[in-house]
Write a protein that binds this ligand. Structure first.
Ligand SMILES: Cc1ncc(COP(=O)(O)O)c(C=O)c1O
Length: 446
């Protein structure tokens, strides 16, 4: 090309959660079964969508207007339902005009970061959900700036680290919260949310709160939406139906804009999101038609409770099986359907390995780079077929670890995955450890 066509941020777009799938598929082609614990799609993982939800979708699909465009902001009936439900929960009150529909939150996330002034930065949690961190880094053409979620403190955010970075970097315009969090399953306590709102207020920032899992918080988790503590600080909350219904293939999510009247520049930014959506006309109509009918049905919240208690039980079981390994830090998820295990410093070494058939080793070997947790993840995949996601390369983290899901609906299979994971962890960690005493013995002999 006669001129540079690659965006300077292009190398920041990476989605390891799906990239590892290509390697796993190559292994599957050798005849080895894969156990998919990497992707957060409950339907692909075998959860049954209730018949009553399918009936509502079928009825809506029979209506001609489901095939029409919707208004750019979204169908009035869907926005009115969401605003009314939000207002009943207390906290900030919104109108349907404060809601804007997208083709999934993936679309909302990329629109929001592309619409930001090129110099404005958004600080997010570490570990980071890659759709946010990659889109923000690509927008800035620079690495994503993060604040620490502390695995030694139940994954609570390090607020001193957050505020220090906000102070040190005047380009930071907003703070991302993912609540409940992906990949850790952490649920922000109310006082932590309030403290983040306070930091935003004192430094004149807005907040982006990704609440796609907010209706999948476990009993007793203390889940509060940002709306309940936001006060007068400008903010954008994000929700969707991908995980809740669950209907990820619908590509349906929305943003709720809070306190646009408090800041002219935030108000202009919010309008620019609407203008960007106008260029695309609107989001898909059918899921919006269905939304108030499904969420307003008496069976909806009892159905979510059943799912959530199954995730909660699996999270506790995962801690029972894996939590006693001294090399790991592991906290039970309190919401969503992921857990993250962190390797303690020094637990991983470059010469650790798991045995696997030669034809599988030929696929795995070229994947082994420097990241020690990714080396473990690829050995695990090759040796057991269990596919998880490394923390460092998958979630933009300086921690070593891996994320696995709590989605396997067959409890026997879930138990086998946990036991096999534990055996693989023990064997992998011991494979490096065994060499050390040998070196020590040699030194002793000399
Ligand atoms: C925290 C978070 N936000 C957003 C998304 C994207 O959701 P959607 O299917 O609405 O694009 C996901 C998907 O896994 C997610 O985990």
């Amino acid at each position: 090309m006669r001129t540079q066509i690659v965006h300077p941020g292009a190398d920041n777009l990476r989605y390891e959660i799906r990239q590892i799938v290509e390697v796993a598929n190559a292994i599957a082609a050798t005849g080895a079964p894969i156990r998919w614990e990497n992707i957060g799609d409950p339907v692909a993982k075998g959860e049954r969508v209730p018949d009553w939800i399918k009936e509502i979708v079928t009825q809506a699909a029979a209506e001609d207007l489901s095939f029409a465009y919707s208004p750019t902001k979204g169908l009035v009936e869907a926005r009115a339902y969401i605003a009314a439900e939000r207002n009943l929960e207390g906290g900030i009150q919104i109108s349907p005009e404060d809601i804007l529909f997208f083709n999934g939150l993936g679309d909302a996330i990329s629109t929001i970061y592309s619409a930001l002034h090129p110099r404005a930065r958004v600080i997010g949690p570490n570990p980071a959900y890659p759709t946010h961190s990659s889109a923000e880094a690509a927008h800035a053409g620079a690495p994503h700036i993060t604040y620490r979620l502390d695995p030694e403190n139940g994954w609570k955010p390090d607020l001193a680290d957050l505020e220090a970075k906000v102070v040190a970097n005047p380009d930071i315009a907003a703070i991302i919260i993912i609540n409940p969090d992906n990949p850790t399953g952490f649920v922000y306590p109310e006082e932590t949310l309030a403290a983040i709102v306070d930091i935003a207020a004192r430094h004149d920032l807005f907040i982006i709160s990704d609440e796609i899992y907010s209706n999948l918080a476990y009993p007793g988790s203390g889940m509060r939406k940002l709306a309940s503590v936001i006060g007068k600080v400008p903010a954008i909350a994000m929700r969707g139906i991908s995980k809740e219904f669950p209907w990820p293939g619908a590509r349906c999510g929305w943003i709720e804009v809070y306190n646009r009247d408090q800041d002219a520049s935030f108000d202009r930014f919010a309008r620019s999101l609407l203008e960007a959506k106008m260029l695309e006309v609107c989001a898909t109509t059918l899921p919006q038609k269905v939304l108030p009918r499904v969420m307003g049905d008496d069976r909806y919240y009892p159905y979510l409770e059943t799912r959530v208690s199954a995730y909660d039980a699996r999270a506790r079981r995962a801690v029972e099986v894996l939590g006693s390994l001294p090399e790991l830090i592991l906290h039970p998820a309190r919401g969503a359907f992921y857990m993250t295990a962190v390797f303690r410093k020094g637990a991983l070494k470059a010469d650790q390995r798991l045995p696997m058939p030669p034809q599988v080793e030929a696929i795995i070997s070229p994947q082994l780079g420097e990241a020690l947790d990714a080396r473990f993840v690829y050995h695990l995949l090759g040796a057991t077929g269990i596919c998880v996601v490394p923390l460092s390369t998958g979630f933009n983290s300086d921690l070593e670890g891996f994320r696995f899901t709590l989605l396997e609906p067959d409890e026997d299979k879930f138990e086998t995955v946990l036991q096999d994971l534990r055996d693989a962890l023990c064997a992998y960690l011991a494979s490096g450890a065994r060499k050390e005493p040998a070196r020590g013995q040699l030194e002793g002999a000399a």
